[in-house]
Every structure is written in structure tokens, then in C-alpha cells.
Design a protein around this ligand. Structure first.
Ligand SMILES: Cc1ncc(COP(=O)(O)O)c(C=O)c1O
Length: 351
């Protein structure tokens, strides 16, 4: 398939320059169809029939294997979750941290890391990494590590501006457990989840699956003892013992379909489109907050109220978002075209 052919699979692209996979990815017709077929099946066969249960169990196994392949780990390390946040909470609570413990995070984290860590009662140390060059980032994180550090929790890709954190180097150099929030990396850039201890990822963003899907990759399930438990604790094996919530069969089927559809050139194309988008915004004279050569999020500022700019863009069917610090953000995927980028620049000019 070519990039143009791929675009036809996502109905939202017929009309919109859809540049917000960082919040929720575009849905393909095929993924939607798989979800609907499974919902229909439940409607007709009964969601509690033995046949339905067995088929759903097979879906779980296929999805775990597909995610494992994507992030380069054995299948038995993958726990299906309902979100990135869900996975982060399992890890942070599962380490049973207390006031004597320290957790290192960065100043570019999403509430998915910030809030579980704040709720843990541990002392939080914040490394200043946002906007800093890559070689300084490693030092900044290591500089916050002390003998009391029980966990380093950080995003692989910062949600503010797409900066890529050197998570494998941090793990190697720090020698303490590392939890990675993979919300803006999984499906957007190549990921080696085996390089860290815990890797939480969503299904609904760059993997273009249904909402309330995701996974947590755990190197050693025995290292976690979360204070929440359920069916998995009694019946599951390995990491599945941590399972508390179970994404429903239609959602699993939708995510499997979305993964099967990913073109082999997805990463290269997404990186190329993010590069073109960044350059187009610079050429238009905007202040761009994303350094060259990062991931697939491009952040920038424009004069005036950011929320207003988002609305003005939406009036022109251009979908971007604003961030808590006032920046605007465009997400570029393998489905993004030069036309989408031109429409973004045009909408910003008019806004
Ligand atoms: C870095 C980061 N982490 C976590 C999330 C939340 O993901 P989820 O809804 O899968 O918990 C987001 C975006 O919503 C994000 O940008």
C-alpha cells in the first residue's frame, strides 16, 4: 500500500486534517468494522456463552502477541490494560512506596505519571528536561537519583513537544527500576520495551485502536504487589495475575484489526511527516517548541488565546489541541499528508 491508499482507510481524513492522534488516533473503517462485528456477535450469541468466552480468550492471546511483537518482548510479559494511566497506576501502587522512598520524574510528564506518583506518598524529585538537548537530559535525570530512589518514571516521548527521552540509557546508567509512559511513543516511533522494567502503552492513540485498550509490559511480574486485585489474581498466570479490568471483546478485536493494518513503513513515514510539518510551521514564521529530529508531535505557539486558535482551526476542519502551558500541538502519523500540513498552516494564518 502507498500513503495515499492508506488514507482512504480512515474516514475522518475524507474531510479533516486530523492532527490529534496524540489524544486519540484516527479510526479505520476495518477496525470499526471488527468492533461492530464482535458487538453483533455478543448481541446474537450472548456475551456469556461458552463459545463467546473462548473466542474472547483467543482474542486476548492474539492481541498480547501482536503488542509483544510491536515492542520487541516475549508475549508473556504483556498484560492487557484499559489505558496507559491504568498501567502506570499498577506499577506505582505495586511497588508499595512510602515517605522514605523517592521517585524521579521529569518536568514534561502527563498526569498519568504525575498523579499516581503524587498519590503514592513517596518524595518526588523532578528532573528538568523539557526543551533541553538530549545529552543534558540524561545528566538531568541521573542528577536526581539518590540511594533512596525506588523508581524513575518518565515518558518515552514528552506529550508537550514530542521530545524523545533516552529511556534505555537512563535505565542502564541509573541501575534502578524504570517505568516508561509510552502514550506518545507506542506505534509512533520504534520501541524496545525490554530495555526498561515497566512500559505502559495505550491502544487508542498511535495504534489507532478503540478507547479503553492498552497494555503494560512488565519485565518481572513478581516485582509488583498492587493493592488492587481481582479475577486475574486467582486465575491468571504470570503478569496476568495483575489483571483487574478486562477490555471487552469488541475493543480487543478493533485493536487487533488496527495493528494488522499498520503499514510496514509506518514509522519512517510518520517521522518524515512530522519533519515536514515542523519545517512548514517554521517557514510560516511560527515559534516551534519541538527540536529537530524528535518524535511525531510538533508543538508551536501563536499569538492570542490557544483555545480560540484550536476552535478556529476546527471551523476549517483542522484538528489540533492546546496544552496546559499554552502551546499548540499537531500530531503527525503515517496517514498525514502534505495537504494536511498545508491546511494546518493555512488555518493558522487565517486564525
Ligand atoms: C504522555 C501521556 N501519558 C498518558 C496519557 C493518557 O493516556 P491514557 O488515556 O491511555 O491513560 C496521555 C494522553 O492522553 C499522554 O500524552
Amino acid at each position: 500500500v502507498t500513503p495515499d491508499e492508506v488514507r482512504a482507510a480512515y474516514p475522518v481524513l475524507d474531510r479533516h486534517a486530523y492532527l490529534n492522534a496524540g489524544s486519540v488516533g484516527p479510526l479505520s473503517r476495518r477496525s470499526h468494522q471488527a468492533t461492530v462485528e464482535w458487538a453483533e456477535r455478543g448481541l446474537r450469541e450472548g456475551r456469556g456463552s461458552r463459545r463467546f468466552f473462548e473466542a474472547a480468550t483467543e482474542l486476548r492471546a492474539s492481541l498480547r502477541a501482536a503488542i509483544a511483537r510491536l515492542v520487541g518482548v516475549p508475549t508473556d510479559r504483556v498484560l492487557l490494560t484499559t489505558s496507559t494511566t491504568d498501567g502506570c497506576n499498577l506499577v506505582v501502587t505495586g511497588l508499595r512506596l512510602g515517605p522514605e522512598d523517592e521517585v524521579v520524574i521529569t518536568d514534561g510528564e502527563h498526569p498519568a505519571i504525575e498523579e499516581p506518583v503524587a498519590a503514592s506518598g513517596a518524595r518526588v524529585r523532578v528532573a528538568r528536561v523539557l526543551g533541553r538537548p538530549r545529552d543534558e537530559v540524561l545528566h538531568a535525570v541521573l542528577g536526581e537519583v539518590t540511594p533512596r530512589t525506588r523508581l524513575i518514571a518518565l515518558s518515552h516521548v514528552l506529550w508537550y513537544n514530542g521530545q524523545v527521552m533516552p529511556v534505555a540509557e537512563i535505565r542502564r546508567a541509573a541501575g534502578v527500576p524504570v517505568l516508561v509512559d509510552g502514550a506518545q511513543s507506542a506505534g509512533a516511533i520504534p520501541v524496545d520495551a525490554g530495555a526498561v522494567d515497566f512500559y505502559a502503552l495505550p491502544g487508542q492513540k498511535w495504534l489507532c485502536g478503540p478507547e479503553l485498550t492498552g497494555a503494560l509490559v512488565v519485565a518481572d511480574g513478581a516485582s509488583l504487589d498492587p493493592p488492587v486485585a481481582g479475577y486475574g489474581r486467582r486465575m491468571g498466570e504470570g503478569v496476568e495475575r495483575l489483571a483487574v479490568s478486562y477490555p471487552p471483546a469488541p475493543s480487543l478485536a478493533g485493536l487487533i484489526a488496527a495493528l494488522e493494518e499498520r503499514p510496514p513503513w509506518a514509522f519512517e513515514r510518520a517521522a518524515e511527516m512530522a519533519r515536514r510539518c515542523r519545517e512548514a510551521l517554521l517557514d510560516a514564521g511560527l515559534d516551534v517548541c519541538t527540536p529537530a529530529g524528535e518524535a511525531t508531535l510538533v508543538a508551536f505557539t501563536v499569538p492570542g488565546d490557544p483555545a480560540e486558535t484550536v476552535s478556529r482551526c476546527l471551523e476549517r476542519d483542522v484538528v489540533i489541541r492546546s496544552l496546559p502551558n499554552g502551546w499548540l500541538r499537531a500530531s503527525c502519523g503515517w496517514w498525514t499528508s502534505d495537504g494536511d500540513v498545508d491546511r494546518l498552516v493555512g488555518a493558522l494564518r487565517e486564525a
